[in-house]
Design a protein around this ligand. Structure first.
Ligand code: SF4
Length: 444
């Protein structure tokens, strides 16, 4: 079998960490992949779990865009991972990321199956050999219950049903509501129209994104003008869905991470309940198909037992955590335990209106962007950062042994100050940092 060349000189933050170019993180190399097949069998997920254990630190993540991430790999183990994927018949997508709704082709409520358009566009881009930004994201959305209307993309194609048939609304830089309209394309011209944008991006430079293009100038080149889009908020994929004849259950690993052993236990348990198909979906979700009304409750019990959330309002959904002490030598504390303490004692922070980040060290692997509240392991203890990144100077630092009571005090502070059903964002905005610091350090 051909051994994959892993050019570690290409590793950098900001690029997409594929198998050919994994990304260096504090817990080793990270590989992100999306299988070409929309529907995975139990054996595929079991193979992925084995490969995560054998070649990495065993942690498997599902990202917000529905990709798989394996962590803790090494320059030596990445080629073994590639070989293992090939042996298991799992083919990762390559090239530009083109997203379609997770139930494309099987959702009777969709306007049209987006898969053929996405495949044709992928082929056209590959054939044109354009150099495009590594993080470029394209959405081809045929609608349906789990549409991608709320997913941000550089370039969007949204299906539109008209009296004259299905058309595609081409737009730039945003979700379905905010992206700037370019054209309304018929099925015969949709790929050629989208390729006009790809050519403009390539001309603008190897890092150009949708937001960098002049939408008005591009729209002037098309005859057909799109109207305002219909924006229906899609269902959250986590939870139970009854779509046509299909009963689906969306499960999400707690905090987006699960150990391979528990993933394998989930897959075996759900298979025994009749699940024959697993689909990766946005919001860190695994959609499973094949349950009956008789086996649904047992499947939910198994998912919860193995550390998966089954409802879209799980309070921990707005917490990002890294591997922590369980999987990374750089970590200063147990991030999972801290997240559980946050859920148990400071739920006021977790209504989804703000991001909370719990990072084992200042590297901040799990959430490189700013978060409203960050707890970060440092040499001096656990730092508290407000509206910043894990690497920012903490406002206050406490010993790791004091963290649980500190989280309880933060929860008490927020509960005491909260007015009615006030959102966490507003509550944080109107609370002075000094008040947070006092509570965190136990000086109230
Ligand atoms: S402790 Fe967390 S943030 Fe630090 S290097 Fe490890 S995984 Fe990354």
């Amino acid at each position: 079998m051909t051994r994959l060349a892993c050019d570690l000189t290409t590793l950098r933050r900001g690029a997409c960490p594929s198998i050919a170019a994994p990304m260096q993180t504090g817990d080793g190399l990270l590989v992100r992949l999306r299988p070409v097949a929309a529907a995975l069998a139990a054996k595929d997920l079991l193979a992925l779990a084995d490969l995560a254990r054998e070649n990495g630190n065993g942690l498997v993540e599902i990202t917000a865009r529905g990709n798989i991430q394996l962590r803790g790999l090494t320059a030596t183990s990445v080629p073994h991972l590639a070989e293992g994927l090939a042996a298991a018949g799992i083919v990762p997508q390559t090239g530009v990321a083109i997203e379609t709704p997770p139930l494309s082709g099987i959702d009777p409520s969709e306007i049209v199956d987006a898969t053929p358009v996405a495949a044709a566009l992928r082929q056209a881009i590959a054939g044109a050999a354009l150099i495009l930004a590594p993080k470029l994201a394209i959405v081809v959305d045929g609608g349906g219950v789990l549409s991608l209307a709320d997913m941000i993309a550089d370039v969007r194609l949204d299906a539109v049903a008209t009296n004259d048939g299905v058309f595609w609304r081409l737009s730039l830089g945003g979700d379905r509501r905010t992206a700037r309209a370019i054209a309304l394309l018929c099925p015969q011209t949709v790929v050629a129209g989208a390729m006009t944008i790809m050519a403009a991006l390539a001309t603008a430079g190897p890092a150009a994104r949708g937001r960098d293009l002049d939408a008005a100038a591009l729209a002037a080149g098309f005859d057909t003008k799109p109207g305002m889009p219909v924006f229906l908020v899609p269902s959250h994929p986590v939870g139970v869905h009854r779509i046509g004849d299909h009963l689906l259950l969306g499960v999400a690993p707690a905090y987006g991470q699960v150990h391979a052993d528990r993933l394998a236990a989930l897959v075996r348990g759900l298979s025994a309940c009749g699940v024959a198909e697993f689909r990766l979906a946005p919001h860190r979700t695994l959609l499973v198909r094949g349950l009956s009304e008789n086996t649904l409750a047992a499947a939910q019990d198994i998912a919860e037992r193995e550390g998966f959330w089954c409802t879209d309002n799980a309070p921990g959904r707005s917490i990002s955590i890294c591997a922590g002490a369980a999987g990374c030598a750089s970590a200063g504390f147990d991030t999972h335990a801290a997240a559980d303490a946050m859920v148990a004692h400071a739920a006021e922070l977790l209504d989804g209106s703000v991001d909370v980040h719990i990072s084992g060290c200042p590297k901040g692997c799990a959430h490189p962007a700013r978060a409203a509240v960050t707890l970060c392991g440092t040499a001096a203890g656990i730092g508290l950062v407000l509206d910043g990144r894990a690497g920012d100077a903490p406002l206050a630092t406490i010993p790791a042994t004091e963290l649980a009571p500190a989280i309880q005090r933060l929860g008490t502070l927020l509960r005491t100050r909260r007015a009615g059903d006030e959102k966490a964002k507003n509550l944080i905005d109107r609370t002075a940092p000094a008040t947070f610091i006092s509570a965190y350090q136990g000086q109230q």
